[in-house]
Each structure stands twice: as C-alpha cells, then as structure tokens.
Design a protein around this ligand. Structure first.
Ligand code: RP5
Length: 166
C-alpha cells in the first residue's frame, strides 16, 4: 500500500542543514501536521530535485519548506518546477553567516515567488507556522490548534524579567 501523502515536504540541501531544519519539523509535530523530510540538493542531486519538484503536487503535498545555505538555489529552483507554495529558509553559512543564503533565496525574479523567512532557526520555525497558517485556511481543526499554540506562547511570556545573578 502506498504511504500516506504528507501535507508538508521539508527539503534541504544537505544533511548539515538538518540542525536548522529540524526546528521546522518539531514545530509541525507540535501542531499535528505530517511532513516528509528529504535531502534534495540543487547542485549535488539535480535529478532528484527535478523529480521531487515535478511530482510534489501529484504526491499530495500542499506546501514545501526548502532550506539551504550558501549558494542557496534549492528553494528557487524548486519553485520554478511546482505550483505549490514554497517557503525558503536561509541556513546560516560558515563563511558569510547566512547573508549569502538569504540573498540567494530572497531575490527571485518576478513570476516565480519564494516566501523567504529569516536566517536560521527563527526562519525554520516561522516557515512551519506559515505552512500551518496556509493549511489552516481549509482545516478548522488545525486553525484551532494554531490558535492554541499562539495562546500558549503568549502565556509563557513573563510580565517582568527574572532577576538573574551576574
Ligand atoms: C548547500 O551547501 C546546503 O544547503 C548547505 O547549507 C551547504 C553546505 O553543505 P555541506 O557542504 O555541509 O554538505 O548546498
């Protein structure tokens, strides 16, 4: 029997990106959203990228989160080959602290959008939350879980800072 299609695909250019992208996976888990996590490199596995992106919609995915660092062509190339929304996460690079990743992902030509998030963990978490918000448009139960997640986040913020010994 074929595996159940997951609404979100998380793709990343390298195993080294998982340290960042697992924050997206954990956030989706917290919201009860299924995801398929894959290493798909625009440069090292271009045929895998083409096969994945061209089949993504038929595979049942609804949103793609794509994380990459350095010359981060993965989100844009993926977006070029699928009509699904693609959310790009710039992974922090060693050489340029992720500025290279950010600029590679954000400066898409008009006509092929990539929703670009912040560099690093914040971007990965927010990509998951944005994916959840997109899916929640047609899923009232998920919309309720997303409301709860945000309310819990608000409740965790103290009114005053804790006094920490120096
Ligand atoms: C990119 O090159 C990947 O997305 C990763 O962020 C970066 C470095 O990859 P590794 O050399 O660590 O495999 O393609």
């Amino acid at each position: 029997m074929a595996a159940k299609a997951q609404p979100v695909a998380i793709i990343m250019g390298s195993q080294s990106d998982w340290q960042t992208m697992k924050a997206a996976a954990e956030t989706l888990d917290a919201l009860g959203i299924g995801h398929d996590d894959r290493i798909v490199s625009a440069h090292r596995t271009p045929d895998r990228l083409v096969a994945f992106a061209k089949d993504a919609r038929a595979s049942g995915h609804k949103v793609i989160i794509a994380g990459a660092g350095g010359a981060a062509h993965l989100p844009g190339m993926c977006a070029a080959m699928t009509p699904l929304p693609v959310l790009g996460v710039p992974v922090e690079s060693k050489a340029l602290s992720g500025r290279d990743s950010l600029l590679s992902i954000v400066q898409m030509p008009a006509g092929i959008p990539v929703g670009t998030l912040a560099i690093g963990r914040a971007g990965a978490v927010n990509a998951a939350l944005l994916a959840a918000a997109i899916l929640a448009l047609e899923d009232p139960a998920l919309a309720g879980r997303l409301d709860d997640w945000r309310a819990e986040q608000t409740a965790r913020v103290a009114e005053r800072p804790a006094q920490i010994e120096e």
